[in-house]
Design a protein around this ligand. Structure first.
Ligand code: AMP
Ligand code: GLY
Length: 427
């Protein structure tokens, strides 16, 4: 039997585990470090951190894993896939050289510019002095981004120069993200779209489109988070449109990285802004999106294991058509008190057992077990995905589930996919 090790321990990895459990190949799954939900699905979880490259290589060899599926970006950027390759273990995900597309925003921006992928105009600010000299000339709102992995939280949208000065102080003065350069970017307006593509080093095959919600409060207010909800598909983005976008956005990057000797294998996630002047790329990620994956994978009809294995082979995805259920999926994130600035731990979680499991999938992110009780253990605690024949039905299922789960300080955005309902009706 095929043994597959999933690396990571969030809602995204729980979604990957669930989709792999649906594979007709019935693989033997393992996770490191996994989480309480993954363990409750009877998948053995090993106490090896997702960033412990040596420990993960040892685990993969000891457990005779035939495939390692890497969820988070940090181990990819740190070279986990390269280290596994050196040890003779097949892994899904890009090499460190290819993962730089997420690891450095400045590198990604330069690469996009060199191959003509549309993106917001930008400049790299290398010091506080350089930043302060530029701020009076920038047009506002302006966007400032730390050039480090910051789990989606290193982006500050500044309405005016005073806010930009405060942001510059946070980056260069307080060093909130450590030593980092900062990217100053034009502020774009439009609908955001997350388009993930599976890549085999040569070709980018788009997955179903999704949209996520980055701000903590309804109506896109408050600070950015890792993601408070998502839905898939997206009104107005049919499969032809998704293919055209992947040809214009992902494929030039895949071609260029291959030319540079760093072929991209894995999933390439483009965060797009659909502006009045056409799509613009906000960022590339070298991994599945969280929480987009929780809305995308429940709709996948093809065998995820087969797709991931194909992506590890040069040209392995040739002629592959990914099949999707026509159902809609809406994912609502349940976050703990204080998120995203902090998070609260140890609050008892109730109500999970009363959820209708036919049209909802509950995935764990920051949970733990204490004395047989489920408790909170992180910022994003649980994800509830609802499925339905249209976005309204899927929302209803997701919120019905999210509302029966209770814990002290629970934060839930109430407007996930609300726009999808309206936009679909207007098409
Ligand atoms: P990023 O990590 O670069 O994707 O940025 C996180 C979020 O900040 C994005 O999903 C957008 O909501 C917002 N954002 C980033 N860049 C821009 C931009 N140039 N214009 C408007 N919003 C942006
Ligand atoms: N949902 C945003 C991300 O995964 O980066």
């Amino acid at each position: 039997m095929k043994r597959v090790l999933v690396v990571g321990g969030g809602g995204r990895e729980h979604a990957l585990v669930r989709a792999l459990l649906r594979s007709p190949e019935r693989p033997d799954l393992l996770a490191a470090p996994g989480n309480t939900g993954i363990a409750r699905d009877r998948v053995p979880c090993f106490d090896v951190g997702a960033e412990d490259v040596d420990g993960l290589v040892r685990l993969a060899r000891d457990e005779d894993a035939g495939l390692v599926v890497v969820g988070p970006e940090a181990p990819l950027v740190a070279g986990l896939v390269d280290a596994l390759g050196d040890a003779g273990v097949r892994a899904f995900g890009p090499s460190a050289a290819a993962a730089r597309i997420e690891g450095s925003k400045a590198y990604a921006k330069d690469l996009m510019r060199s191959v003509g992928v549309p993106t917001a105009s930008y400049m790299v600010l290398r010091s506080r002095d350089e930043a302060e000299a530029q701020l009076p000339c920038a047009s506002y709102p302006a966007v400032l981004k730390a050039d480090v992995l910051a789990a989606g939280k290193g982006v500050i949208i500044c309405e005016d120069e005073a806010e930009a000065r405060a942001a510059v102080d946070a980056f260069f003065g307080q060093k909130r993200f450590g030593e980092t350069e900062v990217v100053l970017e034009e502020h774009l307006v439009g609908e955001e779209l997350s388009l993930l593509a599976l890549c085999d080093g040569e070709r980018a095959v788009p997955m179903a489109p999704a949209q996520d919600y980055k701000r903590i409060f309804d109506g896109d207010q408050g600070p950015n988070t890792g993601g408070m909800g998502s839905y898939s598909p997206v009104p107005g983005i049919d499969s032809d449109h998704a293919r055209a976008l992947a040809l214009a956005i992902h494929q030039p990057v895949v071609d260029e990285l291959r030319r540079r000797g760093a072929p991209y294998h894995g999933v390439l996630y483009a965060g797009l802004m659909m502006t009045a002047d056409g799509p613009r790329t906000l960022e590339f990620n070298c991994r599945f999106g969280d929480p987009e994956t929780q809305a995308i994978l429940p709709r996948l009809r093809s065998d995820l294991l087969d797709l991931l294995e194909r992506a590890t082979e040069p040209g392995g995805l040739q002629d592959v058509e990914i099949e999707w259920s026509p159902r809609w999926a809406v994912t609502v994130v349940l976050a703990s008190r204080g998120y995203p600035e902090s998070s609260s731990k140890g609050d008892t979680i109730r109500g999970l057992s009363s959820i209708d499991s036919i049209n909802t999938e509950v995935l764990h992110a920051g949970t733990a077990e204490r004395g047989g009780q489920l408790v909170t253990a992180g910022g994003r605690v649980l994800n509830v995905t609802g499925l339905g024949g249209d976005p309204a039905e899927a929302r209803e299922a997701a919120y019905a589930g999210a509302d029966v789960i209770e814990f002290e300080g629970k934060q839930v955005r109430r407007d996930i996919a609300a726009r999808a309902v309206v936009r679909l009706a207007a098409l």
